[in-house]
Ligand binder design. Structure first.
Ligand code: SF4
Ligand code: FES
Length: 252
């Protein structure tokens, strides 16, 4: 199939950007979306032009690097599918495809379709860990984990930190990401001791990074490639609320 691509090109964070039109010819239905872009880039390189910069790493839905808004929807709008798992069979011959970077103040553009998502790393650094004493490794079965808690924590831990939830949110809120990262630790017995402090620290770092507030539109859940549930936001709000109350009454 042949496609017309309108791709956002931007030299760096401070330069103005614009859509540039490219023709993608003889695209195979079995190609992934990123392979199609690789072929376009090979053509640009062969002509001595600057290739289109875009992020990817694992190309199998694990790392969270791929980050394209395709025809207005982060990851292209196929349920539970990251950009790297999207195949060209979902497009039609002759179709025009718009490709943009994540757009959020907290994710500044580095070049073309590549954004700086280190704000997520700083949120994790603020509380996305369990403190342990140094010494020998504890026995694996020393802390029994109830089955429900293990399964729910695993669901939250599936978040790959891609940022699609932010990109689709009209408020550029990172609540689904932060809720997933808080919940996967707070649900486990090992995470209980620090659960209120964790929720407070990570939410406060999220606010410092310039992400917007959550107004529960649910758009994040729809585009999330790991189908992280909005219910984790409710869980995090509870931990945050109790933590804030304790802070006010006990100063801790
Ligand atoms: S919650 Fe979903 S959309 Fe948001 S960062 Fe995690 S995997 Fe990506
Ligand atoms: S490239 Fe790793 S999730 Fe898409």
């Amino acid at each position: 199939m042949n496609l017309t691509l309108k791709i956002w090109r931007q030299k760096d964070a401070t330069s103005p950007g614009a859509f540039v039109t490219y023709e993608a010819k003889e695209v195979l239905a079995d190609m992934s979306f990123l392979e199609m872009l690789d072929v376009v880039n090979e053509g640009l390189l062969a002509r001595g032009e600057d290739p289109i910069a875009f992020d990817s790493d694992c190309r199998e839905g694990i790392c969270g690097m791929c980050s394209l808004v395709i025809n207005g929807v982060p990851h292209g709008g196929h349920r539970g599918t990251a950009t790297c798992q999207l195949h060209m069979r979902h497009f039609k011959d002759g179709q025009t495809v718009n490709i943009e970077p994540w757009r959020a103040r907290a994710f500044p553009i580095i070049k073309d379709l590549v954004t700086n998502r280190s704000a997520f790393d700083r949120i994790i650094q603020a509380g996305g860990f369990v403190s342990v004493n140094t010494g020998g490794a504890p026995d694996g079965n020393a802390i029994p984990v109830p089955k429900d808690a293990a399964e729910s924590a695993m669901d939250a831990a599936a978040c790959i930190g891609c940022g699609a939830c932010v990109a689709t949110c009209k408020n550029a809120s990172a609540m689904l990401f932060v809720a997933a990262k808080v919940s996967h630790l707070n649900l486990l017995p090992q995470g209980q001791a620090e659960k209120h402090r964790r929720a407070l620290s990570m939410v406060r770092q999220m606010d410092l990074e310039g992400f917007g507030n959550c107004t529960v539109t649910g758009a994040c859940e729809v585009v999330c490639p790991k189908e992280i549930s909005l219910s984790f936001i409710a869980k995090m709000n509870r931990d945050y609320g109790v933590g804030a109350l304790r802070e006010m009454t006990h100063g801790q």
